[in-house]
Design a protein around this ligand. Structure first.
Ligand SMILES: [Zn+2]
Length: 215
C-alpha cells in the first residue's frame, strides 16, 4: 500500500501545532452549533486558486464548491444527479447564505481546453462534456479580429463568471431570494501571477481591481 504523502502529514503537524491552538475554540463552537457561513464561493479546482487563502478565511466562514472552470449549470430538475446544484440548494435553503461569489481566474486549464477544443482526455470526455455547459445552444465563441490570444482567453475566463451568474438565476430558490434582496450574487476574478483580485461591477458589466476599492 502506498504511504500517505509525507508532506501532508507534516502539514497536518504544523496545523496542529500552530493554527489549531488559536482556532480550537472556534472549531469546537462550530462543532456544537453547526456551520453558519454567510458566503458561498463557487471556484475552480485549480490548486493556485484557493478561496480560503485568497479571502484569508477561517473555519466556518466559506461554503465552497470547486469544479473545473467554476461553472454553474442551468437549473435542470430532470432526474439527473447534479453536484453543484445540490451544494447550491443546501447553501441557499439550509444555510441561508447571504452572498454567492463566483470566482474565476487567469490561466484556467478548463477554459484553455475549451478554447483549444482539445481531444477527449479519456473515453468519457468528462472535461469536454463539462465545459459544454458553458455554451448556450447555437452559441459560437471565437477569437475576435485584432484580439490577442491572451486577451481572448481572459475574456472567456471572465465570460465563464458571467455565465455562471446568469445560470444561478435560473434556480427558482436563488431568483426569489435575489429579488427579495436577501441573497446577493457576485463575480470575481483572480490573477494568479500577481495575486490580484478584481470584482464584477454588475451595472457596468466590468471587472474592477479590488486595489482601487480598498485603497
Ligand atoms: Zn480554472
Amino acid at each position: 500500500m502506498p504511504s500517505f504523502p509525507q508532506h501532508l502529514l507534516e502539514g497536518y503537524r504544523t496545523f496542529t501545532s500552530q493554527r489549531l491552538p488559536t482556532e480550537q475554540s472556534r472549531y469546537r463552537e462550530l462543532s456544537e452549533r453547526g456551520q453558519a457561513p454567510e458566503v458561498m464561493v463557487i471556484g475552480c479546482c485549480d490548486s493556485r486558486v484557493s478561496p480560503e487563502v485568497i479571502f484569508d478565511a477561517g473555519p466556518g466562514e466559506l461554503f465552497v464548491v470547486r469544479n473545473v472552470a467554476n461553472l454553474v449549470p442551468v437549473y435542470a430538475p430532470d432526474g439527473g444527479v447534479h453536484g453543484v446544484s445540490a451544494a447550491l440548494e443546501y447553501a441557499v435553503q439550509v444555510l441561508r447564505v447571504k452572498h454567492i461569489v463566483v470566482l474565476g481566474h487567469a490561466q484556467c486549464g478548463g477554459i484553455r481546453a475549451f478554447i483549444d477544443n482539445v481531444a477527449p482526455l479519456s473515453p468519457g470526455d468528462f472535461v469536454g462534456k463539462w465545459m459544454s455547459l458553458f455554451i448556450k445552444p447555437g452559441e459560437k465563441v471565437g477569437q475576435r479580429a485584432h484580439e490577442t490570444m491572451q486577451d481572448f482567453t481572459t475574456r472567456i475566463e471572465k465570460a465563464a463568471v458571467f455565465r455562471s451568474l446568469e445560470n444561478l438565476m435560473t434556480f427558482p430558490c436563488v431568483q426569489i431570494l435575489v429579488e427579495r434582496d436577501r441573497l446577493h450574487l457576485h463575480g470575481a476574478y483572480f490573477g494568479v501571477a500577481e495575486g490580484s483580485l478584481s470584482v464584477l461591477d454588475q451595472a457596468a458589466k466590468e471587472f474592477r481591481s479590488v486595489r482601487e476599492l480598498i485603497g
